[in-house]
Design a protein. Structure first.
Length: 397
């Protein structure tokens, strides 16, 4: 059994703050501070350029990738770190499309996070006017998979509602139609049990600043199914993915296996901080994480529905159809969320009307649920969210 009191103690949680926004930015693992100091002062400071070999900087993208692999059901040697998730979406999509040269349709859904759609739009525009991004409602994805589809590009857990796609079933359908399946695990990795191997994903990508707590702008990951390692070309063919970067050849030759999905110089400091953050997952069983996530989310839904008649559930009621976040609708959700944040209950707002709360089992507990319900009920019943300052939109919402 995972000891969640022990994992909670690994995080810096500011006193008095109830943090339910780890689905956007995870809190700071205490170990990150010392690791950041060491990588800056002892490694960069003292080793200087020798750090690439002596401190293992060059190998870090694959080494950290192997730690992520365990959390998403991927074999060792099939995940590598680097760049941002937007870039990894582009890279996976470009690679997958090149593997289906006779097809022109990319299928996604309207619940996808916009950057995934934007990256697809940009890539397809560069490939030619016969390529098409087909966006359907999430519930219509299965029916829209046909033999015109080259690639399905789906985010498993919807960023607003927490609605969770059935990855194995949709992947099987895609394969049956001859398409490849790319899964964005931004809201899944560290939140739900993910198994890219039994789910037979062809590519998977994700960020590490949410449930994996790697810090703002932490490097993204990309998984390529081992059977595609030779066929998948990286599209973004940077020198770090070359078979021999330090041969400085004039022509690109893809590196071995997942290494070819590297692009440029790794973000060594950010990778070191992420590496420290991943220590929190040692000894943690994802089945325990999922059970606790459901218990916390169910208690929150029950509490809010009992005490807050002004909001309606935006998330699926069946916990099996949800990730680890819960959304409630309110016509003035932005102002309500600002009022909550001022009272140190931190969730977030997603346009047009969603109050979003993420439950991260590593550090959230029932006391967080109870406090969030109590403060939300009080803010709504007193109407104290309706102040001019709570309606003024900030740049980052
Ligand atoms: C599903 C999904 N994809 C992509 C992103 C963002 O990608 P990036 O890390 O490049 O900003 C997010 C959140 O920011 C997301 O929720
Ligand atoms: N990546 C973010 C950022 O750089 C700034 C603010 C928010 C984010 C997010 O991660 C948003 C997030 N993907 C979401 O689900 O809304």
């Amino acid at each position: 059994m995972t000891d969640f009191a022990a994992t909670r103690a690994l995080f810096h949680l500011p006193p008095g703050v109830t943090y339910l926004d780890g689905n956007s930015l995870g809190p700071m693992p205490i170990a990150a501070q010392d690791r950041a100091r060491r990588v800056v002062v002892e490694e960069w400071g003292d080793l200087l350029i020798r750090g690439w070999n002596a401190a293992g900087w060059m190998a870090a993208p694959a080494r950290v990738g192997d730690r992520i692999a365990r959390l998403i059901g991927a074999p060792q040697g099939s995940v590598v770190m680097g760049d941002t998730l937007s870039i990894k979406v582009y890279q996976a999509l470009a690679s997958a499309l090149a593997m289906r040269p006779d097809r022109r349709v990319v299928l996604s859904d309207s619940g996808n996070f916009p950057t995934d759609l934007y990256m697809a739009q940009g890539l397809l525009a560069s490939l030619g006017s016969d390529y098409r991004l087909k966006v359907v409602a999430p519930e219509d994805v299965a029916d829209a998979i046909d033999e015109s589809v080259a690639v399905t590009l789906l985010t498993e857990v919807d960023y607003r509602t927490g609605r969770r796609h059935d990855m194995p079933a949709l992947t099987e359908k895609a394969h049956g139609a001859g398409a490849l399946a790319i899964w964005d695990l931004a809201h899944s990795a560290g939140a739900v049990e993910v198994d890219v191997s039994t789910g037979r994903a062809d590519f998977a990508v994700g960020c590490t600043y949410k449930y994996l707590n790697g810090g703002p702008g932490a490097p993204a990951f990309i998984y390529v199914a081992p059977e595609h390692h030779d066929a998948a070309l990286p599209a973004l063919s940077g020198w770090m993915g070359h078979a021999a970067p330090f041969a400085f050849d004039l022509d690109y030759r893809p590196g071995k296996g997942i290494e070819r999905m590297r692009v440029g110089t790794p973000a060594v400091i950010a990778l070191a901080v992420l590496d420290a953050a991943l220590d929190a997952w040692e000894g943690v069983e994802m089945t325990d994480v999922r059970a606790r996530s459901i218990a916390l989310s169910e208690a929150f839904i029950a509490g809010v529905e009992a005490r807050c008649p002004d909001v309606t559930l935006a998330s699926p009621r069946d916990p099996r159809a949800r990730g680890s976040q819960v959304g409630f609708r309110h016509p003035q959700a932005y102002a309500v969320m600002q009022a909550l944040i001022v009272e140190d209950v931190i969730g977030d707002f997603r346009a047009p009307d969603i109050l979003r709360f993420g439950f991260a089992p590593l550090y959230n507990d029932m006391a967080d649920v109870e406090r969030a319900v109590t403060v939300l009920a009080d803010i709504l019943s007193t109407g104290r969210w309706d102040r001019p300052e709570f309606h003024a939109r900030q740049a980052v919402t």
